[in-house]
Design a protein. Structure first.
Length: 403
């Protein structure tokens, strides 16, 4: 009915507004509901003012609608709020500083005697936006070798990569520690070592001039590149004898000593066995190289000044020998990637083991040496036999042929 949807003016004259009919016709609203007295609903968004896509908004921030900015927002904030990541700017700077290795850092500032150092690489964000996906790379020179990183940096070849860091706020910094050591073949004084570091991120950097840095020089110990190695070799023969028989086994003991002044690196002990010996085994990891006659013993990665390392090799004497009394020539050699100022003692003297044998087998061992007079008796017997043969031949020749 018309009276149910009409309202009266101040004069009492009924008036039907144009919005009364749609409200009455709505099936979701009851006819007895009071009329709406609040402000009219907000106008819909204009077609030319679309919302900022969520995938282009600044990472970590929910961008509000651009149609209703708060009136107290500053011009700079209105400039960057809601900006896509491709339009954000973050001026990153990288800094690198070397220091003593982890073992020496707690004791003092003296250079590490074993050539281990830490590089502290820092990335700084100068703004105006936060940086996303910050990555630091450290290009090591040939003089340095990557050891480890407590901050998760990894190495691929000579390039060490740290990160990525998810976010780096404006004015903030982040530091990674990379532990390196001097290369085994490095012989310089450290002044020629140049280490390069760089920083990058997914956020555009308006100033790339400070994205790289270089550090020149390291405090290398003066005795780093010199280590005087010496090698000695002894034979442990059966029953304490000074000789061996064909077919017997015995053990060579090789000892390498570092006389200093520096640490020896990359040690390698080699022992080319002669034809009269066969390799049996070694409790210290020595083994023939490729199944041949060259026995190689794995040296330690580092041998400090004054330290020693020993190896044991078990060998067997060949059963076929041509000399009654001989010496086995067996020379072992030690090498190192560190320069040796005196290589004359890197080998043992040859002819270290006697071999007793005969062409027709071995006599039973009586436990006693052959007496010296036996040789004279044998010589006299041979001489007498020769004289007897000569006498018989002369007598036969004097009788002449019979008729």
């Amino acid at each position: 009915m018309p009276s149910a949807s009409a309202s009266r003016t101040g004069t009492g004259t009924p008036r039907q507004g144009p919005q009364a009919l749609p409200r009455e016709a709505s099936p979701a609203r009851s006819a007895a509901a009071p009329a709406r007295t609040g402000p009219p609903p907000r106008a819909p968004r204009a077609p030319h003012d679309p919302p900022v896509p969520r995938d282009e908004a600044e990472p970590g921030r929910t961008t509000p609608r651009a149609s209703a900015p708060p009136p107290s927002r500053s011009p700079e904030a209105r400039k960057h709020r809601g900006r896509p990541a491709s339009a954000a700017r973050a001026d990153l700077e990288v800094r690198s500083r070397p220091g003593a290795g982890p073992e020496r850092r707690a004791a003092g500032s003296a250079p590490a005697p074993d050539g281990v150092y830490d590089y502290r690489i820092t990335a700084v964000n100068h703004g105006p936006s936060q940086a996303v996906g910050v990555t630091v790379q450290d290009r090591l020179p040939d003089a340095l070798v990557f050891v480890s990183s407590a901050d998760g940096c990894t190495a691929s070849g000579r390039t060490v990569t740290c990160g990525p860091l998810p976010e780096l706020a404006v004015g903030a910094s982040h530091t990674w520690v990379v532990t390196v050591r001097l290369a085994d073949d490095y012989e310089g004084d450290g002044r020629d070592i140049v280490n390069l570091a760089s920083v990058s991120s997914q956020t555009r950097d308006p100033d790339a001039s400070n994205n790289t840095t270089s550090v020149t020089g390291l405090p290398v110990p003066p005795d780093w590149a010199r280590a005087d190695l010496s090698l000695t070799k002894t034979a442990v023969l059966p029953d304490g004898r000074s000789w061996v028989r064909p077919g017997e086994t015995f053990t060579y003991r090789i000892t390498v000593h570092n006389n200093g002044p520096g640490t020896a690196r990359g040690l390698r002990v080699t022992d080319p066995l002669p034809a009269g010996l066969r390799f049996v085994g070694s409790p210290d990891g020595c083994a023939p190289d490729g199944g041949g006659r060259l026995v190689v013993c794995p040296g330690p990665d580092r041998l400090a000044s004054g330290a020693s390392v020993s190896y044991a090799l078990t060998v067997r004497v060949a059963t076929a020998q041509t000399r009654h009394l001989g010496r086995i020539e067996n020379v072992a050699t030690v090498t190192s990637t560190t320069k040796d100022p005196d290589p004359s003692d890197n080998q043992n003297p040859p002819y270290t083991v006697y071999v007793r044998t005969g062409d027709h087998g071995e006599l039973p061992d009586t436990g006693r040496e052959v007496p010296a007079w036996l040789g004279w008796v044998a010589g006299a017997a041979v001489t007498c036999g020769g004289l007897l043969v000569a006498a018989v031949r002369r007598r036969g020749a004097g009788e002449g042929p019979r008729r």
